[in-house]
Design a protein around this ligand. Structure first.
Ligand code: PTT
Ligand code: SF4
Length: 613
């Protein structure tokens, strides 16, 4: 069967041997895993041995697109970046937007799998069939901005670039991949995986056409899609603030992470919110094909450009007690230049500040101390002094530091929690607990629904919403691969994706299939990956949110006194497992693997842990 939408090709590069090959795949694989995260988890599951060191040449980096990627259509300029995570030792991925998505697909591939380690610092150049590994002399050691600009001087403006900064080179465990000076992806240390392979950058250039099942209908549908987004009543406000509107919303609803997730409100929230940002804004940036362009470009305190999103500002602002957006923007820009994840960075800075307060930190750093924070960002990036400890992430730092610090090391499975305080949001806490990469909001951002409903409740209602969102966001959007913001922010109907899928591939899949069976299959496999890594050590406590939310009630704001209830959380978690067909340890049952067409995978996992029928 001829594929439309999918190119049907995966480019494989072994950096140790310089071997390049093209793997073809057919409709079975395409329909079973769709693309993006689906392809990535299947490849990593099949090809990585359990226990492999995430920073060794044996780890593999998968860069995967989906059938909608790179084509005209709202927010299709996205890519999944995946590998075994050096931060969590589990499955890790991130989603990055940019021209790289378009060029990968136009070069004729749907995914790129990179293994081994280059002998010397190098970058990979892919132009259609021409693939070469080139010397990174002159860009190794440079910031992401400088390196990308130099690559554009050499290869022209119209290319896609995925690049790491000094943090990735120095194997900071939460180093990320950067593109276009402000797109960032791969929170669980995908930048460090590139660094461990001596791979500074990937440059992509494609000039081919992607075959479409019904080009005419596709063009018409795309036109209607853009129109529908633009006609939404919130479009003009979105254009003004993008995700920055969330600062004000979180403050109102007591979910703004403040002082290392101790509180949900910040005295100086007004100084870092979307309105303050508007006064500093000079332009917008975004991914190709997008008419929402969410990146707010502001001028920071040092008169340089910085691209702001909600998570960056909350984690480098209120969470470290810094109520000055010009200064927050400097920290944010440094994170982009060095190629380091802002969420984990904010959490690690806050961890050091709290450790100082508790007398556990040698080189003290006070809450909100901008100059000291700047210096510490550099120390983390270059692994100097105590920055070396923080470069490992808060989980390992707390294990080393002791003194009860594991109580306020804010992470799940080693991945630092993104910017929503959950003292009074049990559903969002469950979303963090069960996210397939550690504490990330990307799979189930249920917080907005939760605060408008039975907010403090536990049980089935919360479980159902978390699973519904995981299926749509973590399943459908991460496999198609498309940006979820039109849907979640501007009410863009999910049915459009079904229509786009049909015009592109010629295949009719319902929403229930795209965000149901396929999504569940991928979830089962991501969970299996984690369990295989941890073996018999795996237990349901891996899915617990940070202790602080259970043990230290909020002392301020409308929910003063609020905290999570451990017994109710556990009951809700068990219910979640039941609905997913997992056992009481959180491991998928054999019957669940069977139902999802993963029989071979069940046999493999059965070699590592006992499976319940
Ligand atoms: C994402 C996480 C987020 S989620 C943000 S802000 W957000 C942070 N951004 C960072 C940054 O910037 N610089 C930096 N050095 N580190 C950063 N870490 C943080 O990374 C991003 C948008 C946003 S802005 C969001 S919500 C949506 N995320 C999507 C997703 O995950 N999947 C999907 N299909 N669509 C999405 N659309 C939106 O994309 P990670 P981007 Mg990002 C400066 O990568 O690892 O998934 O973590 O991709 O192109 O920058 O777009 O309020
Ligand atoms: Fe990219 Fe933002 Fe557009 Fe999504 S809304 S495609 S993240 S610019």
């Amino acid at each position: 069967m001829k594929l439309h939408g999918w190119n049907g090709k995966i480019l494989r590069v072994n950096l140790s041997s310089s071997k390049v090959s093209v793997q073809k795949y057919g409709a079975d694989f395409a329909l079973k895993f769709i693309g993006g995260r689906g392809f990535a988890v299947k490849i990593l599951w099949d090809e990585l041995k359990s226990g492999v060191d995430a920073l060794s040449p044996l780890n593999k980096l998968v860069i995967a697109a989906g059938p909608l990627t790179g084509l005209p259509g709202p927010s299709t300029g996205k890519l999944v970046l995946a590998a075994k995570s050096p931060l969590t030792n589990g499955y890790g991925d991130g989603n990055i937007g940019g021209l790289a998505a378009v060029h990968l697909r136009k070069a004729g591939y749907d995914a790129l799998v990179i293994e081994g380690k280059a002998e010397k610092p190098s970058y990979l150049y892919v132009e259609n069939e021409n693939v070469s590994l080139l010397s990174a002399d002159g860009i190794w050691g440079e910031t992401t901005f400088k390196a990308e600009n130099k690559l554009r001087e050499v290869h022209g403006r119209n290319i896609g670039v995925l690049v790491i900064g000094p943090a990735g080179e120095n194997l900071v465990k939460y180093a990320t991949v950067i593109s276009q000076e402000g797109r960032a992806g791969g929170r669980p240390g995908i930048g460090a995986v590139m660094g461990s392979k001596n791979l500074k950058a990937i440059v992509l250039k494609g000039t081919k056409e992607i075959s479409l099942a019904d080009p005419k209908k596709h063009k018409e549908t795309v036109k209607e899609c853009y129109k529908s987004i633009q006609e939404n009543e919130n479009y003009s406000f979105w254009v003004r603030q993008g995700t920055m509107g969330v600062v004000e919303w979180c403050q109102e609803n007591s979910t703004l992470p403040t002082f290392n997730f101790r509180e949900g409100v910040f005295e100086f929230s007004r100084m870092i919110d979307g309105y303050t940002m508007e006064a500093m804004k000079i332009s917008r940036r975004g991914c190709p094909n997008c008419n929402m362009m969410c990146g707010n470009v502001v001028v920071d305190l040092e008169r340089k450009d910085s691209e702001l999103d909600y998570e960056n500002v909350a984690m480098l602002g209120s969470n470290i007690g810094l109520g000055h957006l010009g200064k927050v923007s400097v920290l944010n820009r440094l994170a982009d230049e060095y190629g380091i994840d802002t969420i984990s960075l904010g959490s690690n800075l806050a961890f050091a500040m709290e450790a100082t307060e508790k007398g556990l930190w040698k080189d003290g750093i006070e809450w909100g101390d901008f100059e000291a924070a700047k210096a510490l960002v550099e120390d983390i990036t270059y692994r100097k002094g105590q920055g070396n400890l923080l470069a490992e992430g808060v989980k390992r730092a707390s294990e080393e530091l002791g003194g009860g610090s594991e109580q306020w090391a804010i992470h799940v499975k080693g991945l630092e929690v993104s910017a929503y305080d959950c003292h009074t949001a049990p559903g969002m806490a469950l979303a963090y607990g069960t996210s397939p990469i550690g504490a990330h909001h990307k799979d189930a951002w249920v917080i907005s629904w939760e605060v408008s409903t039975n907010r403090l409740g536990y049980g089935k209602e919360k479980v159902d919403k978390v699973i519904e969102f995981q299926r749509i966001r973590g399943g459908m959007f991460e496999t198609l691969v498309a940006c979820r913001l039109p849907w979640i922010e501007l009410n863009f109907s999910l049915e459009w994706y079904v229509k786009l899928f049909k015009t592109v591939t010629g295949i009719s899949l319902t929403l229930n299939e795209l965000a149901g069976t396929v999504a569940d299959r991928i979830y089962c496999l991501m969970r299996a990956f984690w369990v295989r890594e941890y073996g018999e050590k795996w237990n349901k406590e891996m899915d617990y949110p940070p202790s602080r939310w259970f043990n230290e009630p909020l002392t301020k704001g409308p929910f003063k006194g609020g905290k999570l209830d451990m017994k109710k959380y556990e009951e809700t978690l068990l219910l979640y497992y039941r609905e997913r067909g997992w056992d009481e340890r959180g491991i998928p049952k054999k019957s669940t693997f069977d139902k999802l067409g993963l029989q071979k995978e069940a046999v493999e996992l059965g070699k590592h842990v006992s499976l319940i029928p």
